[in-house]
Design a protein around this ligand. Structure first.
Ligand code: SF4
Ligand code: SF4
Length: 423
């Protein structure tokens, strides 16, 4: 990325371990609104496409949709509301930062969504399934695991603050009220490391701190029973780093449902790299595995063209008939245009289960070649204004306490999720 000034040191970040609190039910104010039959009817029509199959069935059928909250995004109020809305919209998995307080926020959102679904469908089968909760970690320096940093006292008050305007997460807040220099800076919980502020600063004042999570804390989190899946981001430049991370997790991945490897396009070495990574995991791999093909990291909200790299990478990997086991899933640049682009490249083809290659061919299940799509920046972008309006008033930070905004958010999210599920 142009203008990128990575810090040289990779910091190991301790995870704040907090005891799990009881899950919070959604508010009585919203339940009062739900008693209105017209609101109920609108809500039911807003979630029209929800499928009731399990996340595993979605993987097999090619209808798997994952919400990426952001590996470094730790604003728990937004994470909770995103999880609430996208659970009702029908996602199969919610991917978040490997921090207990963030996982707790996801669980609260999912629980609130389930409570609403029970109210809407008191006597029938629930129209939502609980999405799997996934946490993201990294083995090496990675753009998803960094935080922008700068000293605002060095900024001239005359600066037009392009950093503040370009930030897709509203993670930079500056003020000139104290006279000759700016105050404020980066809101650490909201910064997810996209790097756009870095490249627009005319004075080159913005750098970044990269980090990895403490592996012992990650193991404790995986063993806590609060998460279903883990995703390891690797650029596979240092296989030893991946091997060390995998070994450090030994014993704590066995109870998980899914292990995802997030990998960018590594060019001609793609197939060999996938095999190298798989062979490290294979001796102790007990869960399903998935390849997250990270076409153009953290770019889905930029525009239509961003999706091209993700779809191209998926087509390239899908063409490897001798690839290692594991579902294939797109990410990195995915947005409103992704499903159409996948169809244009013929990616909606049937395949067969590749997770257990050791199974005799006759026992393998038929499944889609591409299991699904993960949406990150774009999924958050379409709710950005709604969530920002909650942050800017003094009312409740729970989205369902604002019934009109809530309904709008669920409709927007459902529209995105339905694009793949209804294809
Ligand atoms: S532009 Fe990106 S890197 Fe900069 S503060 Fe915002 S989220 Fe962080
Ligand atoms: S663009 Fe650079 S100089 Fe201007 S306010 Fe942002 S960090 Fe400061």
């Amino acid at each position: 990325m142009a203008g990128w000034q990575a810090t040289n040191s990779l910091v190991t970040l301790p995870i704040k371990m907090t005891p799990m609190q009881p899950l919070v039910r959604t508010s009585s104010a919203f339940y009062a609104c739900l008693s209105s039959s017209s609101y109920q009817a609108e809500f039911r029509s807003a979630v029209r496409c929800i499928d009731t199959t399990s996340p595993y069935d979605s993987l097999l059928s090619g209808g798997w949709v994952k919400l990426i909250c952001g590996a470094s995004f730790e604003d728990v109020a937004d994470v909770r509301n995103l999880s609430l809305v996208y659970t009702l919209a029908g996602v199969d998995c919610i991917d978040c930062a490997a921090d207990p307080s963030v996982v707790k926020a996801v669980r609260e959102g999912v629980d609130a969504a389930t409570g609403i679904a029970v109210t809407l469908y008191p006597s029938g089968v629930l129209p939502v399934h609980k999405p799997w909760i996934m946490v993201s970690i990294n083995d090496d320096e990675d753009v998803h695991f960094r935080k922008a940093v700068f000293d605002p006292s060095r900024c001239p008050t005359s600066c037009a603050r392009p950093c503040e305007h370009i930030c897709p997460a509203s993670a930079i807040m500056l003020s000139a009220s104290l006279g000759t220099s700016l105050t404020g800076g980066v809101l650490n919980d909201r910064c997810y490391g996209c790097g756009r502020c870095i490249s627009v600063c005319p004075l080159g004042l913005i750098g970044a701190n990269s980090y990895t999570r403490n592996s012992k804390d990650v193991s404790n989190l995986l063993n806590s029973g609060t998460v279903d899946a883990v995703e390891i981001h690797t650029n596979a430049r240092h296989m030893e780093a991946f091997r060390n991370l995998w070994q450090s997790l030994e014993g704590s991945t066995e109870c998980l449902k899914l292990i995802a490897i997030s990998l960018p396009d590594v060019g001609d070495n793609m197939l060999a790299t996938m095999w190298d990574l798989y062979n490290v995991m294979k001796p102790t791999l007990k869960a399903l595995n998935l390849w997250q093909l990270d076409g153009r990291p953290m770019s889905g909200d930029i525009g239509a063209g961003a999706t091209k790299a993700a779809v191209r990478l998926a087509a390239k990997v899908a063409a490897f008939t001798d690839r290692p086991p594991g579902f294939l899933q797109l990410a990195g640049g995915t947005n409103f245009h992704t499903v159409k682009a996948m169809a244009a490249l013929g990616l909606f083809q049937p395949g067969y289960e590749r997770n257990l290659l050791e199974k005799p061919e006759s026992e393998r299940k038929a499944c889609a070649t591409i299991a699904g799509v993960a949406y990150g920046g774009y999924a958050r972008k379409i709710l950005r204004q709604i969530l920002a309006s909650l942050n800017s008033d003094n009312g409740s930070s729970k989205l369902e306490d604002h019934p009109v905004l809530f309904l709008t958010a669920v409709k927007e999210a459902n529209y995105l999720v339905a694009m793949l599920k209804e294809h």
